[in-house]
Design a protein around this ligand. Structure first.
Ligand code: AMP
Length: 361
């Protein structure tokens, strides 16, 4: 019932097995993190024959990452319901379409312009002012395909880094912090929202999420309203993440992910119903589960290297998740969620665990 067999596929399957769901994965890797959790069809995502074989007999299809070819999602959707809808996937794959959607829905973003040449980049930078960040419209993730411009002299190098791909350039936002909102849309129009999460990135990769975000009461309604507008725009079914910047108490949308999201991994232990289970409930047409939190959580990503398990497991309230992936520089290999009754304890334990994490080899 899925496309993609990485760690998100793995955690979706782990949430679905108790509900009696069975899974089939379309995933090119021979030994993916989902191995052992269902039937594995080892194929590229754009192999039409494999897609047809994959769809045969399935009740519903979903996907775990947004670079699945839209044409493949549409081909599957001719045979089986695909959630979230391929139109959402198409929008989320293109930073320009995504920002234009936010604008249409009255959701604030950083000022942005589309650019298709070095000259257009220089002109846009002049209008927007430095500093600004240029990003390729497509296939960017974890900070890839981005370049920060401090002045006009950076334009040629930026354009080279972007490899001349159609891009957008946007003002660099002096945010106080980064947040995300996870929203769920059910098949029957039901809606649920997890509390906004505070996210810390380094080198473009999510390192730590704190849930709920401290002092979140002030922006919770605004964050939910952003999530809800996107759900409504598509008649969205499944879990949606919107990444946000908080600037002087106001929220700007940065990007959306039409899937369960790294900033929601804490929900496995830290919420009444995990994001993975709620995604499955949504796409299967079941009642959504409560998004109430169970205490306070901090999630730490394990990037590039993993610790000795006992260095984590000996800590109270710490839960270790390893994805079964070979170590590689900048690769997400697992995560740790620390859950406690109060935020102070969760952060103290998280700091202690962080100090013991091996550096990214
Ligand atoms: P993205 O790929 O758009 O999620 O960007 C990766 C990270 O770069 C974000 O999580 C931010 O930390 C930073 N970033 C991206 N766009 C901006 C912006 N317009 N202003 C400030 N920081 C940004």
């Amino acid at each position: 019932m899925r496309v993609g067999g990485g760690q998100i596929g793995r955690m979706i399957a782990l949430a679905g097995i108790p509900l009696g769901f069975e899974f089939r994965f379309l995933e090119p890797a021979e030994e993916p993190p989902v191995r052992g959790l269902g039937e594995h069809l080892a194929s590229e995502y754009d192999d039409a024959m494999a897609l047809d074989r994959f769809a045969d007999g399935l009740d519903v299809v979903t996907y775990e990452f947004e670079n699945v070819p839209v044409e493949s999602a549409r081909r599957l959707a001719e045979r089986v319901p695909v959630h979230p809808h391929p139109d959402v996937l198409e929008c989320a794959q293109d930073r320009l379409l995504e920002k234009e959607l936010f604008a249409k829905l009255g959701i604030s973003t950083a000022a942005f312009e589309a650019v298709e040449s070095e000259r257009e980049l220089a002109e846009a930078l002049q209008r927007l002012g430095a500093p600004a960040v240029a990003k390729t419209r497509r296939f960017g993730y974890d900070g890839h395909g981005q370049f920060v411009l401090h002045d006009a002299a950076d334009v040629p190098r930026a354009w080279e880094e972007l490899r001349g791909a159609p891009s957008i350039v946007e003002s660099l936002v002096p945010f106080t912090r980064e947040l995300s909102i996870l929203a769920v849309g059910g098949r029957n129009g039901e809606r649920a929202f997890y509390p906004p999460v505070e996210n810390s990135h380094r080198e473009g990769i999510l390192r730590r999420s704190v849930a709920p975000a401290p002092g979140v009461g002030d922006v919770r309604d605004e964050a939910e309203s952003i999530g809800e507008r996107v759900l409504d725009a598509f008649g969205y079914v499944g879990l949606l993440a919107v990444e946000l910047f908080e600037v002087e108490g106001k929220l700007l949308a940065n990007e959306m992910a039409p899937r369960v999201h790294n900033s929601g991994h804490w929900t496995i232990e830290g919420a009444e119903t995990s994001q993975f289970e709620n995604h499955l409930r949504a796409i299967a047409g079941l009642t959504l589960g409560s998004t109430d939190t169970r205490g306070e959580s901090v999630m730490l990503n394990l990037i590039g290297a993993t610790p000795e398990p006992d260095a984590v497991l000996a800590e109270p309230g710490a839960h270790l998740h390893l994805y079964g992936k070979a170590p590689r520089h900048r690769r997400k290999l697992g995560h740790v969620t620390i859950r406690a009754e109060d935020a102070g304890t969760a952060v103290t334990v998280a700091d202690r665990v962080t100090a013991r994490l091996p550096s990214d080899g």
